[in-house]
Design a protein around this ligand. Structure first.
Ligand SMILES: [Zn+2]
Ligand SMILES: [Zn+2]
Length: 180
């Protein structure tokens, strides 16, 4: 929550805010996220406009996750920019009349809640399949070794497990017409 009292409500007044906040829980996606409680550096410019407060900002945080292909830990950081208009919550006319939809972010008194904004901005820039390197070769399908560590790695040609199962079925099948 950010207090906008210092900004005032005179359209055109501006206020810069720089602060470091602890990351909320579940900031990011399951495979790649900002560890809860780790520092998120936020740089904001607040600008009073007729309808409310326009917030423009950047946030930087460390990321933790694992490679979608080889499961190695990923150590990275995320840098996001965002902009959102927070509408004053004491506007007397109905939302339908002022052209602002019901989804608009609203100030709660003098306070604005940055968390949903930060959450959306972070999720938007994260890859669904994070990789340790762009061309990570993943894991060996036969032994699970990480191929990036051992690129020349090879196995004796083995029977494809699907065919191996079929071969044993044929061997175990009882002979047909064994009654006579
Ligand atoms: Zn990888
Ligand atoms: Zn292998």
């Amino acid at each position: 929550m950010l207090d906008t009292r210092e900004l005032g409500r005179r359209p055109g007044s501006q206020h810069e805010v720089t602060r470091t906040v602890p990351a909320p829980a579940e900031l990011g996606i399951e495979v790649l996220h900002v560890p809860e409680g780790s520092p998120v550096e936020i740089d904001l410019r607040l600008e009073a406009v007729m309808e409310g407060v326009l917030v423009t900002g950047t946030a930087t945080a460390a990321l933790e996750g694992e490679c979608a292909r080889c499961l190695e830990p990923i150590d990275d950081d995320v840098d996001v920019t965002f902009q959102e208009l927070f509408v004053y919550d004491d506007q007397s006319h109905a939302p339908a009349d002022d052209g602002l939809d019901d989804e608009a972010s609203r100030l709660e008194g003098d306070l604005l809640d940055l968390e949903p904004l930060l959450r959306d901005a972070v999720v938007l820039v994260l890859p669904f399949q994070p990789l340790c390197e762009d061309d990570c070769p993943g894991l060996c399908v036969e032994c699970g070794a990480r191929l990036a560590d051992d690129p020349d790695h090879a196995h004796e040609a083995a029977i494809d497990p699907r065919w191996a199962g079929l071969a044993s079925l044929q061997q175990d099948a009882p002979p047909e017409n064994d009654e006579n």
